[in-house]
Structures are given as structure tokens and as C-alpha cells.
Unconditional design. Sequence first.
Length: 233
Amino acid sequence: MMENEIYSTVKNMISLLSNPDDLTRTRACESLMALGRPAVPFLVEALKNSNTLARWEAAKALDAIGDPTVAPALVQALEDDAFEVRWRAAEGLSKMGMNGVRPLLKALIEDAESAILRESATYILHQVAKGELENYLLPILTALEGPWPSVEVAPASLRVLEKLEEFQKKPEEDRSTAREPVTAIMNQPIDLGAQRRAQRYAKSLRYRALCSEEFRPVKMGRSDEGSVLCWVR
């Protein structure tokens, strides 16, 4: 199939994702799943569609395709107005393992005050925190489920992100025996120093966003200090 034909076919199937007929939507979604990666950019764009059905079907297709490059877009969808879209995005991220955890932790550093984001993050991290990753993700789960998540989650996310980067650099044979992160992180108080580091990290993301097309704005929200513009890779 020629490139122009693929483009035309995918655009047509994307337009059918908002069709009120269940069978029509299902067939279009299944066709996009079968097409795979060529459909991914169109599906990511469909996550911004004003129609809830289209966003839900797009998230479902991206979940099935499983391309890790769409993780930031699925993280953004965790704050969708529709529960079914948030749930499907969370399912997709859960299956990506580390590829889904990194952008999720960055979002928590940026927007820890979002109760909807924290709720989805708790579900995802519980799904991912198995085997060798359980030891690393326990501290952020503790912060998410603690009494002051809006205060503790951002610095905890930063520390866990740093530990995960160290984990990735370790030889494969050393990973299963690496038990120190839980005590190392859990025994560190959530102090102002950690809070400032998280804030600096968030600011660096925003600065890099202004200098690179690899970043894009994903949310405009409100905090006690005023408007907040969030950026992710």
C-alpha cells in the first residue's frame, strides 16, 4: 500500500472512532491496532479529540499496540475528564514497565497536587512494582498512600527516578540483589532540601521545553501560586 493510501486509510479510520455505532467504532479500532506503528501518530492526536468515544478508542488502540514512545501521551491522558479514558491509559502504561514509569514520575514531580494523577499513578505503580522493580517503587507508593501526598510525592518521585537511573546502569546480574534503595530512600526524611531539588528539576524541564521541540506543553492548571504550565518529553 502506497504512503498516500495508508495516510488516507488511517485518517478515515480515525474519523470513525467517534461514530456512535459501537460496531463501526470497534472495527475501526481493530483495524488501527492491526496496522500498528504507522497508526500511532494519528492515535496520539486522537487523544486530544473533543469526542470522548474517540479518545477512549484511541487510548484502547495505543494500549494494544504497546509502542513505548507514546508513554508521555498516555501520561497526559491520565488527567482526561472521562474515567474510561484515564483507565485505558493507565492500563497501557502498566504494560510498559520502566518505559511507562519514567514519564509518570516526571509528571508527578511537575503536578503532584493533582489528585486524579496521583490516583492513576498509584494504580499503575502497584501493577508495575513486581519482581526487581518492587524494591525501587515502594517509596513512591508509600508517599502516594501517605497522609500528605501533595507534599511528599514530588520529592519522593525525584529520588526514585534517580535510583531507577542507577538501577538501569547496573549489570543484569547485580539487579536482583540490589536491596538498598528501599532503606536508603525510606530513611531519608522528606525535607526542604529534597523539595527544592524536585522544584529545580521541574524548572529544568520547563526550561528545556522552551529550547527543544522534543518537549510539549501537556497541561495548564492552577496552584496556590497561580497558573502552572507542565511539560513532558
